[in-house]
Ligand binder design. Sequence first.
Ligand code: MEV
Length: 438
Amino acid sequence: MTKPVNGFSRLTKNEKIEWLAEHYLKSDQTAVSVLKQYWNEDDKLQKLHDEFIENTVTNFYLPLGLAPNFLINGKYFTLPMAIEESSVVAAASKAAKFWSERGGFKARVINNKKIGQVHFLFRGDHEKLRKLFNEIEPKLYKAVEPITRNMVKRGGGILDIDLIDKTADLENYYQLFVNFDTRDSMGANFINSCLEKFAEVLQEEAKKQKNFTPEEKDLQIIMSILSNFVPECRVRAEVSCPVDELCEDASISGKEFAEKFVQAVKIAEIEPYRAVTHNKGVMNGIDAVVLATGNDFRAVEAGVHAYASRNGNYTSLTHANIEDGVFKFWMEIPLALGTVGGLTSLHPLVKLALDILQRPSGKELMEIVAVAGLAQNFAALRSLITTGIQQGHMKMHLMNILNQHQATEKEKAEMIEFFTHHTITHSSVIEQLEKMRS
Ligand code: MEV
């Protein structure tokens, strides 16, 4: 049994690796060299990555792919996508090309309000608390001026502060509910700093109230933190075209395709088991661009799925209909993203990804990311209701199987040629590879 380790963070990187090898990898030097193989030769660049987190021992690569031909609001974009799943970038590119020939994607930000809360307990007269809040509201704004000054200069800041009585749901529980405009930044640090200051002022002011009982003076702050549920920080993306223009080959008519597509979306709207997978496909596109642009994909995931169940049932993020012979496919989702702050000016590849996107504002990035999600969902549904998903997926996965079996470049070329005319399954690939090698 490995014993707990003390002072691990103070060990050097090499010492951490030695400790790991000794305690968990049977001192296997091959494992050690795998870790070291991913170190960057450029010490400065490596140090930058080491310092992003604690206890870094190596880098963890993800491929960065490009999905070109995204026509969004009349402008062409090439999307940088960081993702490990074969076929996602190919599917995005295919959907982008398809819609670029049909007017492209339209996207617009509905609002970009962010939310934060101070959660606290107040044991006493609700009216006295309300009066205190009304009195100190200007003080709350004043107290955060040093924090908000720059944001206000950029046109953002605190939009409003509300006192919310939650005592019907939880004894003595209240909130300061705050709306923020964080402009082009995701704003997590800004929001949390403001909230912590509000909490401090609120607590101090309660203590000072002469007409408060000792319990009322003892207002208890539980926590101050932004919310990743941002239903009002929302963006809409859509595509539409006449039904007749939807079919690319003779295997299915535009009308049949559109009807089957709408049906597939309706199933995801009412059936949670399907909705989760359907939305996972949306997130394939969203996460890949969110990650490439240095944004917090966990926050986006949490917020998007909460939004998908906002009415009490988990449902599809996308919607589709046919009206007067026109097929329309759209999505509205919350996305709290930033193009300044955080990793955006630190990580060289993030900086590059933002350059590739022509240095978008926070709102423009929301539009681009929403489009990536809609395109990915379109590509997935298009495969699902026509050829099935495995055809395209296995084509991309073929390379993974070949790499797993150390196929040479010559073998790869021959196998790709062979499987353009044969069905790809894991066993058929192995069988063919063995046949070729014998
Ligand atoms: C796979 O990563 C995503 C899909 O399952 C999405 C979907 O089923 O709509 C193909």
